[in-house]
Design a protein around this ligand. Sequence first.
Ligand SMILES: [Zn+2]
Length: 150
Amino acid sequence: MVIYDLICDASHTFEGWFKNAEDFDAQVTSGMVTCPFCESEMVSKKLAAPKLSRKSNSAPAPQEVAIGNGSAEAYSQLQEMLGKVHKFVETNFEDVGNKFAEEALSIHRGEKDKENIRGTATPDEIKELAEEGVTAVPLPPKPVNKKKLN
Ligand SMILES: [Zn+2]
């Protein structure tokens, strides 16, 4: 759980509670967060850093991230590996699109045959899956389609 100090476009400030940063982004993008004073949907974070609530066990785990040293070699190798991961998944996993959570649960509950599936899931769905004991593997971002370096 994270608490953000929020501010609307009329400079009203108020607090909002969210599951995590993704939850906040999703709710703001879909206009679900409104100012309690003027009902404006133009809401943004007042502070850059979120305050973690005391129940930090529900805070999202830190993500592993990497950044190259700026050399063309490191960059192109990383992009190549990302490309390979996505190629592998695209070749060997069936794309179920946004039905991923549903399909994964059906398989987990034995309602469907086991198979490799890929797709998209919201943070809420991933959390639900985890609560059911299903661990979905997050995929790295797709390689950036920059002009070839060699
Ligand atoms: Zn307002």
